[in-house]
Design a protein around this ligand. Structure first.
Ligand code: ZN
Length: 505
């Protein structure tokens, strides 16, 4: 007999109770973090740090309890579990290994080093002094290799870091996807930029903050974001956080002199939140109760931000409301001009300010440098020169100072070298692959969007991606949902179609 909730015996109940406790402890920690980024009074920071460290200690103790390990071993030997239950045990086992194989003393050493490196970086970056960071980065690289060394089943240390965030993918697979992508993107970006920049003067505003926020919230309500199970607040860096199965929150930031900032941050984070809000109820509080990987998660934020939110159909639906909300700022501006303004492409030195088309070239550059560093093909002292050479090759730009060169992103100065970036571009690639599959199932999706009707798209994504949580590996999920493995083709077709038309190529 097979049914999805077989074996509700005492041992299984014990295990599920542990999982619910682990999920609750994690969610409470997220609540403390959310509060710290939104409303925590300044003077309360030290007390909050103490509370968070207490809580993460409790979580770690439970997550690494040897008794729990024995229960997982026993569950792993059972032959009477349903496929869902077997996958729960498999995912829990992975999480357990991750938490137990790296010694606590190593975690403490790495986090002390990360703190020192971060604080040195906050000084070295304004001084554009890369040389000062070389000894820190050398130690970071060393510690990163050591961390990967606790998982000798990965021959390439980068494979270990990729597995951490994008299970089942490898440096080789990602490298292949990225080199295909670069080959196509470099000439495409050249041609689009060469065709000239659209008008953007009317975005300078000022656009009143409250009206911007209300507008974004109206759109994500239309998308299907459930405000009875979430809310939006303001933070310096926008994010999505899950505080429980029925509490998935987002944050945004508002600039009066550029309304695209708040709107697209809101649409981006709402995409992450739609994913989390759509996980099947039966999986909540179990190891399957969340998004499956960095790449698949980012695909949902990008899909709702870019494939929907920066489309012609979107502005056909919303330009009237937009102009009614900001009549003075948009006097004499057409729907077409608005559409073009939010899709402007330009060369930029800063990854986080870059557009849909060139963003990937920033990510590919970092991924390749990480790969060379971890593989021993590039010495830390040569990283800065390699950075400038790679930017000239990939983006046709050279940073005037090292401040916006290898010192630019915080990632390498506050954590391991490896695995921090590839998920962003995998997400872009996958966003188009999922969207194309949804459109195959519902050929009228664009016409739907143009009338603010998102039910078919949201329903398809919920059924084929969101509901499954971590039930399948990322590669399995992609293949089940789209009928084929990860492929750059749909993404390149999307970019060529969209930007070819915009630039009149
Ligand atoms: Zn994101």
């Amino acid at each position: 007999m097979t049914h999805s909730t077989s074996a509700p015996d005492a041992a299984w109940q014990d295990l599920t109770r542990r999982w619910q406790d682990l999920a609750d402890l994690g969610d409470i920690g997220s609540l403390l973090g959310w509060d710290q980024s939104t409303y925590l009074p300044q003077a309360a920071a030290a007390g909050r740090a103490r509370q968070q460290s207490l809580l993460s200690g409790l979580h770690h103790a439970r997550a690494t309890d040897p008794e729990y390990g024995k229960q997982l071993d026993a569950a792993g030997r059972r032959t009477d579990l349903s496929p869902e239950q077997a996958r729960m045990v498999e995912v829990a086992r992975k999480d357990f290994e991750k938490a137990t194989r790296i010694p606590a003393s190593f975690v403490t050493e790495f986090s002390r080093h990360a703190g020192e490196s971060y604080s040195a970086w906050t000084q070295a970056r304004p001084d554009a002094d890369f040389a000062r960071m070389v000894p820190y980065l050398e130690k970071t690289l060393d510690l990163s290799r050591q961390a990967a060394g606790y998982f000798p089943e990965f021959k390439d240390p980068l494979d270990y870091f990729i597995e951490e965030s994008d299970e089942g993918m490898s440096a080789e697979q990602v490298g292949q996807v990225f080199s295909e992508l670069r080959e196509a993107l470099v000439p495409l970006a050249d041609a689009v930029i060469g065709a000239g920049a659209p008008r953007r003067d009317f975005l300078a505003g000022p656009y009143p903050r409250d009206l911007q926020l209300a507008f974004g919230e109206r759109v994500i309500r239309d998308y299907g974001y459930d405000f009875t199970r979430g809310r939006q607040d303001l933070t310096h860096h926008p994010f999505m956080t899950r505080l429980g199965g029925a509490d998935v929150r987002i944050t945004t930031r508002v600039k009066e002199g550029d309304p695209s900032e708040a709107l697209y941050s809101t649409l981006h984070e709402a995409g992450h939140a739609l994913y989390e809000q759509g996980v099947a109820e039966a999986y909540l509080g179990t190891p399957l109760g969340g998004g499956v990987s960095a790449g698949v998660h980012e695909s949902q934020s990008r899909l709702w931000e870019n494939l929907v939110g920066r489309s012609r159909a979107f502005w056909a639906a919303y330009f009237g409301d937009w102009r009614d909300t900001f009549p003075a700022q948009l006097a004499g501006v057409s729907e077409e001009e608005m559409y073009r303004a939010v899709n402007a492409v330009s060369r930029s030195l800063i990854r986080t300010d870059s557009d849909e088309l060139t963003y990937n070239l920033h990510v590919i550059t970092r991924f390749e440098l990480e790969r060379q560093l971890l593989g021993g093909d590039l010495a830390v002292r040569d990283l800065n020169d390699a950075w400038h050479a790679a930017y000239e090759g990939n983006l046709g730009l050279r940073a005037p100072s090292d401040k916006d060169g290898a010192l630019q992103d915080v990632h390498w100065y506050f954590g391991a070298i490896g695995g921090a970036f590839q998920g962003y571009t995998l997400g872009n690639v996958l966003s188009a692959q999922f969207f194309a599959a949804a459109r195959e199932a519902h050929p009228n999706i664009e016409a739907d969007i143009a009338r603010k009707e998102f039910g078919n798209l949201h329903g398809w994504l919920r059924e084929n991606v969101y509901a499954h949580g971590r039930r399948f590996t990322p590669n399995e999920l992609i293949e089940r949902a789209t009928g084929r493995p990860l492929s750059v083709e749909p993404y390149l077709a999307y970019l060529r179609g969209k930007y070819g038309e915009l630039a009149g190529l």
